[in-house]
Design a protein around this ligand. Structure first.
Ligand code: RNT
Ligand code: ZN
Length: 413
């Protein structure tokens, strides 16, 4: 008996079908963010990151252009099992001349569509409301300056069109996710005004009716940003109400809540009232620091909710972290593999049985079983999953990446 066969038999004793778990997990798409590869730089010539988010570290070899970003991304996904999508931002538009953000079009993403098609990926898309001179006083869609607000509305509309274009071309809905940095460093005197303007701006951006065969609209809330500690226009309450009013989707980024909040607990409530739940999986250390995702309880609890729902197809799972202090490709691989591990672990839990124990009020046995499940031979199932997906079952991928680093990254200056 192989180790996998032994593990299969052990799980079977708990009425858990490892084959079923492996099959389920391999079809759940995870959207991998392109921006881990270049510290959220994008391809505009003169932009520096802003908007209360920050990348720290100066590990050598960051991707400097489309070609390098593509090849690094391909190197990363060689080592990641499962169904993968690629998540893009508007600043990754491809053009030989400078195009302003309110002028970008679907054609500027044709090279990405080609790349995605060639590698059997689907694309998700984000407008970029930061790192630009038209962000005034840290405001975009909620700005009292009508020129500024109109500019960003045009950007939003242009990007939503691009998302529709991508969705149509790729034959799979493209997630169009709006995150804006708008907020204030110090206590605002008017909290309502900016929110009224934000609502109006979003109404204009979402005005055109696009089929959700092509685009799934989402709004991403936040609690605070660096330099924007006192007020965030797009708060959780704002967007939850807005999304419900419009019948669109809320995106939960688990770095965007107070550290004591349990983001996994929010999922079931959203699932009840919305068609989809979109997620940004990240790791925040003391603040929304976007560290590489580890296989920790936070991530496991979220993955458990996805699988416990019995409807993983209603989730749009995306990753959102950016670490420039370590090999960026390794960061992609580690974080993505950890998401996959969490999903597989979740798929190996007998949620029906656990739910029954809860409903029967048998909390002692529930605790016993929950703890016992942690001791099952998960790694043997993980390794089998990786083998079937043709990726390394263990950290041996890292040796290959070191070769890649030596050959391709060290020469980048
Ligand atoms: C920022 C948000 C947002 C960005 C990316 C680059 O706090 O999490 O999702 O990280 O869009
Ligand atoms: Zn995010």
């Amino acid at each position: 008996m192989t180790r996998y066969e032994q593990a299969k038999a052990i799980y079977d004793g708990f009425d858990i079908d490892t084959e079923n778990a492996i099959n389920t997990i391999s079809t759940i798409p995870v959207s991998i963010h392109c921006w881990q590869g270049d510290d959220v730089s994008g391809f505009e010539s003169d932009s520096t990151l802003s908007g209360g988010i920050q990348v720290t570290g100066d590990y050598p070899g960051k991707a400097r252009n489309f070609e390098e970003l593509k090849m690094d991304f391909l190197e990363a996904i060689k080592h990641i099992p499962g169904t993968k999508r690629i998540n893009l931002h508007a600043i990754y538009a491809i053009s030989t001349s400078t195009i302003d953000r309110d002028q970008i079009k679907g054609k500027h993403f044709d090279p990405w569509l080609e790349f995605a098609k060639e590698h059997d990926l689907k694309i998700d898309f984000n407008p970029t409301f930061f790192a630009h001179p038209m962000v005034k006083d840290n405001l975009t869609l909620s700005s009292p300056d009508e020129r500024v607000r109109a500019y960003w509305i045009r950007h939003g509309i242009a990007c939503r069109k691009i998302a529709k274009y991508i969705g149509e071309k790729q034959g799979s809905p493209c997630l169009f996710n709006v995150w804006i940095p708008d907020g204030m460093k110090d206590i605002p005197s008017d909290r309502l005004g900016p929110r009224i303007r934000l609502r109006d701006s979003l109404d204009q951006i979402m005005d055109e009716d696009y089929s959700d065969e092509y685009v799934i609209d989402a709004v991403e809330s936040k609690v605070f940003g660096i330099g924007l500690e006192s007020y965030t226009v797009g708060s959780s309450e704002f967007y939850m109400n807005y999304a419900k009013e419009k019948g669109i989707c809320c995106l939960l980024d688990n770095g965007h809540f107070h550290p004591m909040e349990n983001v996994a607990d929010k999922i079931s409530s959203l699932l009840m009232f919305n068609n989809y739940v979109a997620l940004h999986i990240t790791r925040s250390v003391r603040w929304d620091s976007d560290h590489v995702v580890r296989l920790d309880d936070t991530i496991q609890d979220i993955a458990d909710e996805i699988l416990a729902s019995g409807q993983p197809e209603r989730f749009l799972i995306g990753l959102d972290f950016f670490d420039a202090s370590i090999n960026r490709i390794a960061a992609w691989v580690i974080g993505s593999r950890n998401m996959q591990k969490a999903l597989l672990k979740a798929a190996l839990k007998p949620f029906q049985e656990l739910k029954k124990l809860q409903d029967e009020g048998n909390f002692t046995k529930l605790l016993v079983l929950q703890e016992e499940l942690k001791m099952l031979p998960f790694n043997d199932v993980w390794q089998e999953y990786c083998r079937r997906q043709n990726v390394e079952p263990d950290s041996s991928w890292f040796d290959k990446l070191l070769e890649y680093e030596k050959t391709y990254l060290h020469v980048r200056k």
